[in-house]
Design a protein around this ligand. Sequence first.
Ligand code: FE2
Ligand code: FE2
Length: 215
Amino acid sequence: MPCMESPSTLKQMRKVPRELARVKRSAELQLKTRLVGAANQADHELPDWLIADLRSNHAGEAGAVMIYRGILAVSKSSEVRAFALRHLETEQYHLQRITEAMPPNTETHLLGLWKIMGWLTGALPSLVGPHAVFATIEAVETFVDHHYQEQIVRLSEDGPFRGLRQLLLECQQDEVAHRDEAASLVVAKIGLLTRGWQWLVGIGSKGAVFIARKI
Ligand SMILES: [Fe+2]
Ligand SMILES: [Fe+2]
């Protein structure tokens, strides 16, 4: 007699490959993080300007994690939620890696503020809809791409901070992929209001970096 599985059992069984892939990816990320952390330990005698850069990167990545948490707290769109979940995983990985590369006790004193600002940057456009969310991410990641590029050109390929340079390059590559994915999902024409919001997001990010570099 054929074995008849109940619908809920079948549903559970379908989840298994996805769950296995998620666990595998998480294990790979953890291993990679440990290796990069070890590679950067030799770089921990960092000049003040580089510590300031890292402080702004740490604040930015913590803010990025919160952007996606803000989106997930508000958006009901399955497309947006799947997008946010994938990006959230990458941003958590960036945050881990940047944290590993920082000397102890050098993070911004305003981390709570940047987290709130990040959450709002994700939650507010989610109230409007997918178009606004994707346009926001396009604006954020355009800024982050430039922010990392400015730092990468300051570091020499074979200098003492080449491990950090490589880390920034890898983060930048992910941010560019995020930007391009978001841009490809902005299907409607961007109106004046959305343009204004994108401008505000860019200026806000610039201001946050300026402050996070100092405190
Ligand atoms: Fe990131
Ligand atoms: Fe990103």
